[in-house]
Design a protein around this ligand. Structure first.
Ligand SMILES: [Zn+2]
Length: 208
């Protein structure tokens, strides 16, 4: 698989999100046999299931890849991948774990009730990494649509709707790289220097 636009070179990508989610759903059902809507259990702030769900995603946004290094963990939300309104009131199916993903607030709010044709669900799949076939990170840290999809209206709409084209995505990626570098070289003097710049840049970012 090609480079994942959501990850810096310092990020160790993980394991199988899909199977870990399945296992968590089984656990919830076993421990709360009367629970119909899995979403309600996972969405409970500070609940053990909420923590386990976040762990599966390594506290990282499924859409843009931002981590809790850069934005507070409070700014992460449980997103319905296919928006609730497309389930015609069927909250049980909408709230199944396979339809839930971890998203930063920015992406979740931007995505809102975006609906796409069914054929696109597998293309936008964030859990198996299919989404990384659609977009890439260029050398200036911009997220871009792959050339072969540039005329695809739905993919371009998704890209704009989620604001993947915004400048702040570059700043966030720069910060993620700086944090990654600083952690990797934590015993070096250079890391001390970098840390000062991280603090400054992070302050500026938070003011935006
Ligand atoms: Zn995001």
């Amino acid at each position: 698989m090609k480079n994942d636009y959501r990850n810096t070179i310092y990020w160790v990508s993980k394991k199988n999100i899909v199977s870990e989610k399945d296992a968590l759903e089984k656990k919830i059902k076993a421990e709360h046999s009367r629970t119909k809507i899995i979403y309600n259990q996972i969405n409970k702030k500070d609940s053990v299931y909420n923590k386990l769900f976040r762990n599966i995603y390594s506290d990282k946004c499924s859409y843009c890849g931002i981590t809790t290094d850069v934005v507070s963990s409070e700014l992460f939300e449980i997103d319905h991948f296919l928006c609730e309104s497309s389930f015609n009131g069927d909250s049980i199916n909408a709230g199944k774990i396979k339809n839930l993903v971890l998203s930063c607030k920015k992406c979740n709010r931007a995505k809102k009730d975006f609906i796409w044709d069914e054929v696109y669900s597998s293309k936008f799949n964030v859990d198996d990494g299919s989404i990384t076939e659609l977009f890439y990170r260029d050398k200036n840290y911009y997220i871009k649509v792959e050339n072969k999809f540039i005329t695809d209206k739905t993919i371009c709409e998704f890209y704009r709707k989620l604001k993947l084209d915004e400048e702040i995505r570059r700043l966030d990626f720069l910060l993620m790289n700086m944090y990654g570098f600083s952690k990797k070289h934590s015993s070096d003097r250079i890391s001390e220097k970098i840390s000062k710049y991280i603090v400054l840049l992070q302050q500026k970012r938070n003011e935006l």
